[in-house]
Design a protein around this ligand. Structure first.
Ligand code: G3P
Length: 215
């Protein structure tokens, strides 16, 4: 399973990269606005740090505009993946960019037929938003299971990138459901290696050792 970080914050990206297990980065207009920096410049900075896929979202809503922006974004670095919305125009832009050998990430996926359609258009990644489905009282994980079943039925190569991950249980359930990738905020990644019994056990090991051998 691959792990991406979901942020446009360079310090967080560098710190996650230092863990040695980071496979890529996702950004979106909200995350860039939070940083208050130029989108293109920040993408270039991120691509200097992380050599795996870096998702760059388009702002245009029409297919022609998305294609134009996507081509420009793809020129920033070879690991840029153009992020498009799961709309009719996003689907058309996905097919066109795929035909130009530009990889795409189809985002804001909330139902399995969107995932089926974008896989047919050649999407590299599809991003189902788990947390936002939970937010409206439905089961985000069910979407991951259903997309996994559809992709496996037909051998689609589009990778399932679980997004809108809010806590470690989301990550665990995505791993059990066979999501190919999860994109996770830094504060949630930081929780993955934590367990109180690990800390307690380590304290006991060191105390016992010091009792006998001193420092
Ligand atoms: O990758 C999508 C993610 O940024 C959305 O997360 O928590 O705003 O639903 P959230």
């Amino acid at each position: 399973m691959q792990l991406y970080i979901d942020t446009a914050n360079l310090d967080e990206i560098k710190e996650a990269h230092d863990l040695g297990v980071l496979d890529g980065v996702t950004t979106n207009p909200t995350l860039i606005a939070r940083e208050g920096v130029d989108y293109g410049k920040r993408l270039a900075e991120i691509c200097e740090v992380v050599k795996g896929p870096v998702s760059a979202e388009v702002i245009a809503l029409d297919a022609a505009g998305m294609i134009e922006e996507g081509v420009q974004r793809a020129e920033i670095a070879e690991n840029i993946v153009v992020k498009l919305p799961c709309t009719v125009d996003g689907l058309k832009a996905c097919k066109s960019l795929t035909d130009r050998d530009i990889r795409t990430n189809l985002t804001l996926c909330f139902q399995p037929l969107q995932a089926l359609m974008v896989a047919k258009a050649g999407a590299f990644l599809v991003s189902p938003f788990i947390g936002r489905i939970d937010d409206i009282g439905e089961d985000g994980m069910d979407l991951i299971h259903r997309i996994r079943a559809i992709y496996d039925n037909y051998g689609f190569e589009t990778k399932i990138l679980a997004a809108s991950i809010r806590h470690p249980k989301h990550m665990l359930d995505c791993a059990l459901a066979g999501a190919d990738v999860a994109t996770v905020p830094f504060k949630v990644i930081a929780q993955f290696m934590q367990h109180p019994l690990t800390d307690k056990g380590l304290d006991a090991f060191l105390a016992d050792y010091q009792k006998t051998f001193g420092r």
